[in-house]
Design a protein around this ligand. Sequence first.
Ligand code: S3P
Length: 439
Amino acid sequence: MSKSTTFKVQPGGVLRGEFRVPGDKSISHRSIMLGSLAEGVTHVTGFLEAEDALATLQAFRDMGVNIEGPVNGSVTIHGVGKHGLKAPKADLYLGNSGTSMRLLSGLLAGQAFDSVLTGDKSLSGRPMKRVTAPLAEMGADIKTTEQGTAPLRIFGRAGQLNGIDYIMPIASAQVKSCLLLAGMYAQGETSVTEPAPTRDHTERMLAGFAYPVKSQHSKVSITAAGQLKATEIDVPSDISSAAFFLVGASIAPGSDLLLKHVGINPTRTGIIDILRLMGANIEVLNQREVGGEPVADLHVVYSPLKGIDIPEALVPLAIDEFPVLFVAAACAEGQTRLTGAEELRVKESDRIQVMADGLLILGVDAVPTADGMVIQGGAFGGGDIVSHGDHRIAMSFSIAALRANGPISIHDCENVNTSFPGFTQLAKNAGLDIVEEIV
Ligand code: S3P
């Protein structure tokens, strides 16, 4: 029988200290993908040694790429060149990772071999038509289930893809990145226009590998005319992991944290903007650029929060941070309203429903809506929460204990390892009274 992990968190606590949270998940995935397709040897440091990024790493090993590590976040990738991947001997299992599946579907559509992409229960329920439909327009041949979900059966169409000019109906970096990777194998130009800015790590990293990519306003374009040249990549800490501590320190009186070397790419900093609008005290210190990505140390000190209407323009820039932002809203004075975030319903879990259910158990006045939530801040208690196997739900309710009046137990926490290995230890060192029970 597989093991189940429960987090048991005692109420109260103060977060203090300085530390570095693990490497950025989005950048770690892309470092393996582009490093594998490059000519030459790419060295990566700060790589996220968590299940999602390791699923991508294993997939490329399965396609014949020699990858050394990870050892303490260092990975050495012996690139095989754009046309050097080999047919995998079995299905590529991508665990919980939507990024792996959606980006790989684009990359594999134009290869000279067939492949099958599978995932865990959560990933097998997530929508894949958002990538397979535009890929089909490019000439790709990919079969999904009738529901448009994985497994994805990809029949490689080397030399037969055509560029498209695609206007994305949703703001998704995974869809954009998928099509750019397919565009590296297509005839003519592939362009993607986004309805709102989404994370641009793919574009930045392509440029870092000297691959020509053109960005103009909301449109990004690529062609097959280019080669990736191996490079060095220093992966910054993941702002999505730092987010738990930004909220934790903001809601726990007496807290004072310095989070070091955090990626502050402007397409990812919605969490800082939203918390500041709520009254948080966050300083961005020592700003610098590391390998094409902006990085800084984030100093956060407790400050009473107030409820706000979250500006919709900030939604894609904080898309993974809403579970913990709902906790911030529960601790704020007055009402917080989120709209325009229907995408939250198709993440690793339905994050609107699962968070509203959990907040209600704690006694928070939280009303889910089709595209967001309305939360009335105030005092709340403890309780038993089911995370539905969603890493960010599990960590968000752990942080909620800082302000709860009773202990919180969170069940089903194994998947915290998909993005944040060592979360409980780091949180404990910072001042959260948390223990992990594995049964
Ligand atoms: C990601 C893009 C986002 C985000 C996900 C990682 C990426 O998804 O939620 O965790 O690395 O490109 P969408 O593209 O669905 O918005």
